[in-house]
Design a protein around this ligand. Structure first.
Ligand code: COA
Ligand code: AMP
Length: 635
C-alpha cells in the first residue's frame, strides 16, 4: 500500500490542479481564480490566474484577526550587537509594516514599482520586504556582502524607485559602513533611485544626501499606516538576483499567489511544523533561503521566525546555535552544511552542546550545497535528531527533493536529499535528451509545468529565461545540476553542469570572477575553478597567464587580482588564491579544460581528454596547485 507521501506525489503529478487547489485553501484570497494552472502560453505557465490576493495580508493581518496578535512573529537575536534580543508580536509587526508601507506610499511608490533592499540582518529589512508586499511594490533584496559594482548592476536591471539600506552591517570582527558602498553603487549605475531610506544603526553614523535620503526612524514616526493593496496572484512579489553563467546576474521573478500556496504547504508537509511553533532558518535575507524561510513561509504559516544576526562560530563561540535553539525553543532549524562544518571544526566533540537544553528541537534541515556524509553523521550523532538534506535552487523558491517529514519519513541515504517533493516531476536525461536508467548519471531536469512558486521568468528578459532554462531539453526545466536517481527514487545531486560554485553555501559564478581577472592589464588569459574545501565546500582558485614582457612581480599581480575580485564582486566571493602558469590546458578547439583542472586540484582520478591540445600542460597545472596546497601530485 502506498504511504501518504507516495499518494501525495502521485496525485500532484496526475491531478496538479486538484492537488494545488486543496493547498490553496491555506491562503486567504480577495477573489478566487478563473484557472488553477494556466497553460495557455507554454512554456510560460501561471498558477491561480484571475485570483487577487496580498502576501502581506496573509503573512500578518489575518493572523492578528485570527487571534495571534500577541504571539511573537519575529524574534531578532543579534549577538554581534551585544546580545540584543527584540521580539515583534504579530500586532507589532502589523503596526511597523503598515507604517513602512505608508513611508513608501508617501515617496510615490505604487504597485509594480521596484524597491531595492540592501540591508544587514535587522528587523527593518523584514519590515521593508513586507511593506513592499503590502502595497504591491516589487522588492529586490541584495545581499550585504556584495560590492558596489554588483549592487549597481542590480540597480540598472531592476530600476528601483527607492533603495532601503542601513548605515552599517556588522561582521564578527568589523563594522561595514554601507553608505559609501551605496553611494558608489548609485554613482556607478546609470539608473538613479529617487529616494534612499536609511536605517541609522548605533554602530555607524552616516551623512544623508539632501534631497535623496531620508531617515527611517523619523519617516516611520510620521507615516500614515497603509493598508493592503489587492494584487493579481500572478503579479511579481519580488526579484532575486542570482549568479548566472557570466558575471551578469539573473533576476529570478516570483509571483504572489503560487509562492504563498507552495510555501505555506511546505511548512507542515516538508518541515512538519505547526502554526505557533518557533522556526529558525539560519541564513541571510539576501539569499532565497532567507526570503522563503526567514520571512515568508514561517509567517504565512503563523509561526515565530528567528532573525539571527550572528554566525555559527565566533559570536561568541561554536555554541551559538545551541544557545538560540534552547533560549527560543526552536522546533526546526534550517541552515547550510557549512555552518555545521564550522561548528564541528571548533567543537568536534560537541562539548558546548551539553550546556544547553535543545530538546524542543525536532529536526535539522540542511541545503544550499552538498551535505557530506561526515557532517551528516556528526550532526545526527550530536543532536540525536533527523538530519534532512534537501535540494533546491533560487529559481525554484522551495525544495525540489526532500524527506517530507510531515508526510512520511523515509530512511536516510547519506549523499541523497531523498525523493522528489510532490509537485516536482524530476527526471535524469542523457545527452540525447532521453531518460537514463536508474543509477545512471545525467542532467537533472524537471518536466514542465513546474509547481507553484517556481520562477515566472527572468526580470525583463524572457529570451534569456528560455535560453538558460528551457531550450536545452524541450518541455523541461534544466536545473544545471547533474546527478542520478536510484531504483528506489532517491535523488543524488553530484555537480553543476555550468560554472556555478558553492562557497560556504553562497552561489557564485566562476565566469564572473574570470571577467574581473581578465581586466587586469597584465593578464592575457585566465580561468577560475572551484576546488574542494573542508570548511566552505568549495573555494575559487584563479589561473593566470600573463602578457609576455610584463615586468611586474607575479606575487604583486596575484595580490592585485585578489583585491580586484573583492572590490568588484565582494568579500563573499572568498577569492584569495591564484597561480601563474604559462598556458591554460585546452582542447584543440580552444575550450579551457576546467573540469580536468578541478579534478587535479581535488586529487581525483581523471582521464586525459582525447581532444587535449598539449597534455604536458597538465603537469604544470599540478605543480602550480601543489604550490598553494592543493593536489597530491597524482599527475
Ligand atoms: N556583509 C558583508 N560582508 C560579508 C557578509 C555580509 N552580509 N557576509 C559575509 N561577508 C564577508 C565575511 O566577513 C568574509 O570577509 P573576510 O574575507 O574579510 O573575512 C567574507 O565575506 C567571506 O564570508 P564567508 O564565506 O561567510 O566566510 P566567514 O569565514 O566569514 O564565515 C562561515 C564562514 C561558515 C561561518 C559562514 O560562511 C556561515 O555562517 N555560513 C553559513 C551558510 C549560510 O548562511 N548560507 C546561506 C545560504 S543557506
Ligand atoms: P542557490 O540558488 O544558491 O540555492 O544554489 C542552488 C544550487 O546549490 C543547486 O543548483 C545545487 O547545485 C546546490 N545545492 C542546493 N542544495 C543542495 C543539496 N542539498 N545537495 C547538493 N547541492 C545542493
Amino acid at each position: 500500500m502506498a504511504n501518504i507521501y507516495e499518494e501525495a506525489y502521485l496525485r500532484s503529478l496526475e491531478d496538479p490542479e486538484g492537488f494545488w487547489t486543496d493547498a490553496a485553501r491555506g491562503i486567504d484570497w480577495y477573489t478566487s481564480w478563473d484557472t488553477v494552472l494556466d497553460s495557455s502560453n507554454p512554456p510560460y505557465y501561471r498558477w491561480f490566474t484571475g485570483a487577487e490576493c496580498n502576501t502581506c495580508y496573509n503573512a500578518i493581518d489575518r493572523h492578528v484577526i485570527a487571534g495571534r496578535a500577541n504571539q511573537p512573529a519575529i524574534i531578532y537575536d543579534s549577538p554581534v550587537t551585544g546580545n540584543t534580543i527584540k521580539t515583534y508580536t504579530y500586532s507589532d509587526l502589523l503596526d511597523q509594516v503598515s507604517r513602512g508601507a505608508g513611508v513608501l506610499k508617501g515617496r510615490g511608490i505604487r504597485k509594480g514599482d521596484r524597491v531595492i533592499i540592501y540591508m544587514p540582518m535587522v528587523p527593518e529589512a523584514v519590515i521593508s520586504m513586507l511593506a513592499c508586499a503590502r502595497i504591491g511594490a516589487i522588492h529586490s533584496v541584495v545581499f550585504g556582502g556584495f560590492a558596489p559594482s554588483e549592487l549597481a548592476v542590480r540597480i540598472d536591471d531592476a530600476k528601483p524607485k527607492a533603495i532601503i539600506s542601513a548605515t552599517c552591517g556588522i561582521e564578527v570582527t568589523r563594522v561595514i559602513n554601507y553608505m559609501p558602498l551605496l553611494n558608489d553603487a548609485i554613482d556607478l549605475a546609470r539608473h538613479k533611485p529617487e529616494t534612499c531610506i536609511i536605517v541609522a544603526r548605533p554602530e555607524a553614523t552616516a551623512q544623508l544626501k539632501e534631497g535623496r535620503d531620508i531617515d527611517w526612524t523619523s519617516a516611520m514616526a510620521n507615516a500614515e499606516p497603509a493598508g493592503c493593496v489587492k494584487v493579481a496572484a500572478t503579479d511579481p512579489l519580488y526579484i532575486l538576483y542570482t549568479s548566472g553563467t557570466t558575471g551578469q546576474p539573473k533576476g529570478v521573478v516570483r509571483d504572489n499567489g503560487g509562492h504563498m500556496v507552495a510555501l505555506k504547504w511546505s511548512m507542515k508537509n516538508i518541515y512538519d511544523v505547526d502554526p505557533g511553533d518557533v522556526y529558525w532558518a539560519a541564513s541571510d535575507i539576501g539569499w532565497v533561503v532567507g526570503h522563503s524561510y526567514i520571512v515568508y513561509a514561517p509567517l504565512l504559516h503563523g509561526c515565530t521566525s528567528i532573525l539571527f544576526e550572528g554566525k555559527p562560530v565566533g559570536t561568541p563561540d561554536a555554541g551559538a546555535f545551541w544557545r538560540v535553539i534552547s533560549q527560543h525553543k526552536v522546533k526546526s532549524l534550517f541552515t547550510a552544511p557549512t555552518a555545521f562544518r564550522a561548528i564541528k571544526r571548533e567543537d568536534p566533540d560537541g562539548r558546548l552542546l551539553a550546556s544547553y537544553d535543545v530538546s524542543e528541537c525536532k529536526s535539522l534541515f540542511l541545503a544550499g550545497e552538498r551535505l557530506d556524509p561526515d557532517t551528516l553523521r556528526w550532526a545526527e550523532e550530536k543532536l540525536g535528531l533527523p538530519v534532512i538534506d534537501h535540494w533546491w535552487q533560487t529559481e525554484t523558491g522551495w525544495s525540489i527533493a526532500s524527506n517530507c517529514l510531515g508526510l512520511h519519513a523515509f530512511d536516510i541515504k547519506p549523499g541523497s536529499p531523498t525523493k522528489a517533493v510532490p509537485g516536482w516531476d524530476v527526471q535524469v536525461l542523457g545527452e540525447n535528451g532521453l531518460p537514463v536508467a536508474a543509477g545512471e548519471i545525467g542532467a537533472i531536469v524537471v518536466k514542465l509545468p513546474m509547481p507553484p512558486s517556481s520562477l515566472l521568468t527572468l526580470w525583463g528578459n524572457d529570451d534569456l529565461f528560455r535560453e538558460k532554462y528551457l531550450n536545452q531539453f524541450p518541455g523541461c526545466y534544466s536545473t544545471a545540476d547533474a546527478g542520478m536517481i536510484d531504483e528506489e527514487g532517491y535523488i543524488y545531486i553530484m555537480a553543476r553542469t555550468d560554472d556555478i560554485i558553492n562557497v560556504a553555501g553562497h552561489r557564485l559564478s566562476t565566469g564572473g570572477m574570470e571577467e574581473v581577472l581578465a581586466e587586469h592589464p597584465d593578464v592575457a588569459e585566465c580561468a577560475v575553478i572551484g576546488v574542494a574545501d573542508q570548511l566552505k565546500g568549495q573555494l575559487p582558485v584563479g589561473f593566470l597567464v600573463l602578457n609576455s614582457g610584463t615586468s611586474k612581480d607575479g606575487q604583486e599581480i596575484i595580490e592585485e587580482v585578489v583585491k580586484m575580485v573583492r572590490d568588484r564582486i565582494g568579500a563573499v566571493a572568498a577569492f584569495r588564491q591564484a597561480v601563474i602558469i604559462d598556458r591554460l590546458p585546452k582542447t584543440r578547439s580552444g575550450k579551457i579544460l576546467r573540469g580536468t583542472m578541478q579534478k587535479i586540484a581535488d586529487s581525483e582520478d581523471y582521464k586525459v581528454p582525447a581532444t587535449i591540445d598539449d597534455p604536458e600542460i597538465l603537469e604544470e597545472i599540478d605543480i602550480a596547485l601543489q604550490s598553494i596546497g592543493y593536489s597530491s601530485g597524482i599527475y
